[in-house]
Write a protein that binds this ligand. Structure first.
Ligand SMILES: [Zn+2]
Ligand SMILES: [Zn+2]
Length: 140
């Protein structure tokens, strides 16, 4: 079973993930745009029991587009959001794929909130998730 580690910019907040993610998804929602400072977010969803965090973290709760809350955990030292808890899927932890900094990480299977997608960002390899009530992508 593979073990992967995600971490913040300064390295103090680390998350260890056992096994393969249940889902990897691109999210074009505006909250992900603002959270990352990029044009979209990429999240790997792992079963809660497969994820362990170490190091200091602060959190920020926000409503998701679905109305379910999302609790983001970030490093108080450098500000990177490393993982978050989607209230819509309490059995899962979402980990920022960029925090693994691993080009070999499994590619996204899905895209969400494409109505907010920047037009230059095409996602031909991903399957569209229809908007409406989904704060985090559904599992297949
Ligand atoms: Zn940090
Ligand atoms: Zn999003």
């Amino acid at each position: 079973m593979s073990t992967r580690e995600a971490r913040c910019s300064c390295g103090r907040l680390r998350v260890t993930c056992q096994g393969e993610p249940a889902l990897v998804a691109v999210c074009h929602c505006q909250e992900c745009q603002r959270r990352t400072g990029s044009a979209y977010g990429v999240a790997a969803f792992f079963p809660r029991e497969a994820v362990s965090a170490a190091g200091p973290s602060a959190d920020y709760g926000r409503p998701g587009d679905s109305g379910f809350r999302v609790l983001q955990h970030f490093c108080p030292g450098c500000g990177s959001t490393v993982f978050w808890e989607p209230a819509r899927r309490p059995e899962l932890i979402a980990v920022a794929v960029g925090a693994f900094a691993d080009p070999g990480f499994p590619a996204p299977q899905k895209a969400a909130f494409e109505e907010h997608r920047h037009p230059w960002r095409r996602s031909p390899a991903t399957r569209r998730i229809r908007p409406g009530g989904s704060g985090s992508p559904r599992l297949r």
